[in-house]
Design a protein around this ligand. Structure first.
Ligand code: OGA
Ligand code: MN
Length: 295
């Protein structure tokens, strides 16, 4: 297995190994897992991907999420991001599927709005447009390390509220349905996630974050916006230009990502599996002390 660095201080391509190798072989998994902890974004090119193969690979990293209400694939371990409607044609730009892709074009980390946040997301490209539609990543670990020591200490002991309806509301009023709102109560997480394997900390932020515990709403939102801007500063990102057969996985504890636009009439179909974080991934330290005591 070769590790080829791709981005500015994070992200790497793994060569000479397939998803099937990692699913089947403990040593291959251990090597991939070490690369994941270190590089935060892993790229695999030229994979022969089936849903079952993707799930078997993903399960190596932990328990798979069950897709929430209101998403394509609800109740399964798969989430489909597509612009292709049930009739096989590309949907118009104001269709729910297209709006959901636009919501993914805000900088975010997956599942911070869920009661169990995600360790990693595994995304495979099945149909890609000829131009555009990249997925762009930044390292919130490197962003944290760029912050001055005083603010770092403050953030380590601060907690932010995350709400799915907040990020969706930035795209279209009511994009989060009443059913989704009912299923997804706002969640409060520490603003810094410490990786227990290497001890490195990362900002835990997202378009879903809307308030900081103990701060005036406007003041908290300003802090979140400033940290988001610093984390996503020009030159800090790796943008993955997709080819069919590519698989990219990322560490939701240590990165943010966003989709990039592509021509509205072009089809794009991606399949994601998402692995929940566990205590071994540093999850326990993320809950506010009041919630830790209640457990
Ligand atoms: C995701 C996501 C962006 C994209 O799958 O979690 O945000 O480019 N995708 O499709
Ligand atoms: Mn996402």
């Amino acid at each position: 297995m070769d590790i080829v660095p791709l981005g500015p201080g994070f992200a790497a391509e793994l060569r000479g190994v397939t998803l099937a190798d990692i699913a089947a072989d403990d040593a291959a998994y251990a090597a991939a897992r070490a690369a994941f902890e270190q590089h935060s974004v892993l790229v695999f090119r030229g994979q022969t991907v089936t849903d079952e193969g993707q799930l078997a690979f993903s399960r190596r990293f932990g328990p798979p999420e069950v897709t929430k209400v209101g998403s394509l694939g609800t109740g399964t371990h798969f989430i489909t991001l597509t612009t292709i409607g049930p009739d096989g044609k590309v949907v118009p730009p104001d269709h729910r599927f297209a709006l959901r892709n636009r919501a993914n074009q805000l900088w975010h980390t997956d599942s911070s709005f869920k009661s169990l946040p995600a360790l990693t997301s595994v995304l495979s490209a099945r149909i890609v447009p000829p131009h555009g539609g990249e997925t762009e990543f930044v390292s919130t670990r490197l962003a944290f390390e760029r912050i001055d020591a005083g603010l770092r200490r403050k953030l380590e002991n601060s907690f932010a509220w995350h709400d799915y309806a907040h990020s969706r509301g930035q795209i279209a009023e009511g994009l989060a349905s009443p059913e989704e709102r009912a299923a997804l109560a706002p969640q409060c997480w520490r603003m810094v996630w410490k990786n227990p394997v290497n001890g490195r900390s990362a900002l835990y932020l997202a378009s879903h974050a809307y308030a900081v515990e103990g701060m005036e709403p406007a003041e908290g939102k300003t802090l979140i916006d400033e940290l988001m801007a610093a984390a996503t500063a020009p030159g800090a990102s790796y943008a993955h230009a997709w080819q069919a057969g590519d698989v990219v996985m990322w560490d939701n504890r240590a990165t943010m990502h966003r989709g990039r636009p592509w021509p509205a009439h072009e089809a794009r179909l991606m399949v994601r599996t998402t692995i929940s974080a566990t205590a071994a991934d540093g999850l326990e330290g993320m809950r506010p002390p009041s919630q830790q005591a209640a457990e």
